[in-house]
Design a protein around this ligand. Structure first.
Ligand SMILES: Cc1cc2nc3c(=O)[nH]c(=O)nc-3n(C[C@H](O)[C@H](O)[C@H](O)COP(=O)(O)OP(=O)(O)OC[C@H]3O[C@@H](n4cnc5c(N)ncnc54)[C@H](O)[C@@H]3O)c2cc1C
Length: 402
């Protein structure tokens, strides 16, 4: 028997000073190594160019997807029969993707997080078997249509898109906004209010269905490669078997958001580590006053804060993953983790930009991309305020949303 690991953990995860990656299996590390190699080879050389031109690098992403990051048998050793890899692997997959680029990680979370969890938590056994493998193999690209032009934070009570059953069909009408990947998605889970019982239901609308249009939101200053769609549904007709049978009210949507909010806390963890790495690359090469910028005490203090944030966010993510794996995590856990990790990420990307000086505002140093993208992560999947209100309600017993 050998204890050999596919990678040297200290070298592979230098910012993981408390050794959180030690719990990963060799199979998981093998896949994560392949993901990193694919990101380095295919995404890194083109990401700034795609960010600048606000287009998604589909070809590069396809190369990353080929690593089997959702469905490699290596991820299911010891958990055969499970539909998802371990939660710890999930943390480090987001860590890897977001450490390279937040748009790549966001595109993934819309597909492999939001869409896949909607199918798993909302679908019947038959529906899971129909959609699941096509999602995990990336054959079909999915998205998640919840937010509307007039309802963001108050979507639970405000959701205005309607669904009406006519014979054995459903007719959908309304608008959705900010839907990541919507312009190219093969399947679009759309949340709508059933006019008969006023309950929120979900329909997996095939891309290209008559009456459905999705236009990319222009002029974004964060996550520019991700096409966020403004969807219009005009008498969109779908069959009854597209309705996910286990979504029968906002409480079921909340179950999905609880899981996907955890994903975003991991994504923020990856961005924190990514901006630290990008900043380190710069300060160890740039000379001022005859020595490396990284050799000044004031710069090192900022780097140390970034490192501390990296360990703290990883700590939140990994403990959250343990609770998820044990099936005993609650809404407050993921709200707290998203709120904390996004705050620390926001501080870290700003420090990263700062230590790179003027060059920190150009895409050349990578920190600029993290800095701009952080604003979107800070606000999506429950804004800072909404997650703080969930924690505040837990602390005081008083709901302060309204
Ligand atoms: C890049 C990006 C990608 C996204 N992707 C998707 C997606 O794929 N699918 C999807 O369905 N949605 C998506 N969203 C939508 C996202 O979830 C919403 O932006 C978010 O829920 C906030 O809603 P809002 O933008 O309408 O802000 P609003 O709800 O209008 O909030 C504006 C401000 O008011 C604050 N606020 C609101 N209510 C309260 C309150 N009660 N107390 C205190 N403060 C309050 C908010 O915190 C915020 O600061 C995405 C958004 C972005 C920016």
């Amino acid at each position: 028997m050998t204890n050999e690991r596919p990678v040297d953990l200290k070298e592979f995860y230098p910012s993981d000073l408390f050794g959180y990656a030690e719990g990963l299996t060799n199979g998981e590390l093998t896949v994560l190594k392949a993901v990193r190699e694919a990101l380095e080879k295919h995404v890194k050389p083109v990401i700034n160019e795609y960010w600048e031109k606000a287009q998604f690098p589909f070809e590069a992403f396809a190369e990353v997807a080929k690593t089997g990051m959702m469905d490699s048998p290596l991820l299911f050793e010891g958990r055969e029969g499970s539909r998802k890899p371990s939660e710890l692997y999930n943390v480090f997959l987001y860590f890897e993707l977001a450490k390279m680029d937040a748009s790549i990680a966001t595109f993934y979370t819309v597909h492999g997080g939001l869409c896949y969890n909607t199918i798993l938590l909302g679908g019947s056994e038959e529906q899971i078997k129909h959609y699941g493998p096509k999602i995990t193999s990336f054959e079909w690209q999915g998205c998640f249509g919840l937010t509307e032009p007039d309802h963001g934070s108050d979507i639970a009570g405000g959701l205005a898109t309607t669904a009406e059953k006519v014979g054995d069909k459903w007719i959908l009408n309304g608008e959705k906004r900010w839907i990541g990947g919507a312009t190219t998605a093969d399947i679009l889970p759309i949340f709508a209010r059933d006019v008969a019982d006023n309950k929120i239901k979900c329909f997996v609308v095939p891309g290209g269905t008559k009456g459905l249009t999705a236009e990319a939101i222009p002029y974004k200053v964060a996550l520019r490669p991700v096409q966020n769609g403004h969807i219009t549904l005009e008498n969109v007709e779908v069959s009854d078997d597209t309705r996910l049978v286990n979504i029968n009210g906002f409480k079921d949507v909340s179950r999905i958001l609880r899981a996907t909010r955890a994903d975003i806390s991991h994504l923020a963890t990856g961005m924190t580590a990514g901006s630290l790495e990008a900043a380190l690359r710069y300060v160890t090469e740039r000379d001022q006053f005859g020595k490396k910028v990284g050799g000044f005490q004031l710069v090192q203090e900022k780097l140390a804060i970034m490192q501390a944030n990296s360990v703290a966010t990883l700590g939140y993510s990994v403990r959250l993953a343990e609770l998820q794996e044990q099936g005993r995590f609650i809404e407050e856990n993921s709200a707290l983790a998203k709120m904390h990790n996004a705050l620390r990420m926001r501080e870290t990307v700003a420090l990263g930009r700062e230590v790179c000086g003027g060059n920190g505002i150009t895409l050349d140093t990578d920190v600029a991309r993290f800095f701009a993208d952080a604003e979107a992560i800070y606000s999506y999947e429950g804004t800072h305020e909404i997650n703080a209100l969930i924690v505040g309600r837990y602390l005081t017993g008083i709901g302060a949303f309204i």
